[in-house]
Design a protein around this ligand. Structure first.
Ligand SMILES: [Zn+2]
Length: 194
């Protein structure tokens, strides 16, 4: 898949690592501009108005939206691997914005870690965008490779546990709130297995 990776420069190193991992699996990844330079320390992350000025000068927000909406782009992976403001797996403003772009453009949306309910201003919107949480598991990316997400083929796991295909009996484990890709047989429905 062609995957656009999103995240703040505070997680530049993580993004470079994830890109490498996904590319060894045959995916093609795009990083935000200059991520490698931030990861190697050549460029320093800046906040406040200086950071805003960089975004204005490079027209970075529109630039990334164009990339996400490009028909060659299959998926967006949002990196939330940082502890910030007392929140584990913090989703930053820019990352949240780009998750929104992915949702609007009907792209597959992966989130590296679960999001935190304590990020009250955005937790509800993240839940509504139904990101596919990887829990750091790259196999999950491969499972979604041939799934078309806006044809109603996916199911939502309503609670934790094993789900069993009604046609061929394959099982898959899901946490409540996660989406389940269609079974490879293409015929069954996933049923919660008590
Ligand atoms: Zn099946």
């Amino acid at each position: 898949m062609n995957i656009v990776i999103c995240g703040s420069m505070a997680v530049a190193i993580d993004m470079v690592v994830v890109k490498g991992q996904l590319e060894t699996r045959g995916h093609s990844c795009t990083l935000p501009r200059n991520t490698e330079l931030y990861a190697s320390g050549v460029m320093k992350d800046v906040g406040g108005s200086e950071g805003a000025q960089r975004k204005i000068t490079g027209d970075l927000i529109r630039d990334y939206h164009q990339l996400i909406r490009n028909e060659e782009t299959d998926a967006v992976l949002a990196m939330n691997s940082k502890f910030k403001n007392g929140v584990q797996c913090y989703v930053g403003g820019n990352t949240f914005l780009e998750m929104g772009f992915a949702h609007i453009e009907h792209k597959k949306l992966f989130l590296f870690n679960p999001w935190s309910k304590t990020q009250e201003t955005i937790a509800q919107e993240i839940e509504a965008m139904q990101p596919i949480v990887l829990f750091g598991d790259y196999d999950e990316v491969d499972r979604w490779e041939n799934v078309i997400i806006d044809q109603g083929e996916t199911q939502l796991a309503l609670k934790n546990g094993n789900y069993r295909c009604s046609n061929d009996g394959q099982t898959i484990f899901r946490d409540g709130g996660q989406r389940i890709p269609p079974c490879s047989c293409g015929k069954g429905k996933w049923e919660h297995n008590k």
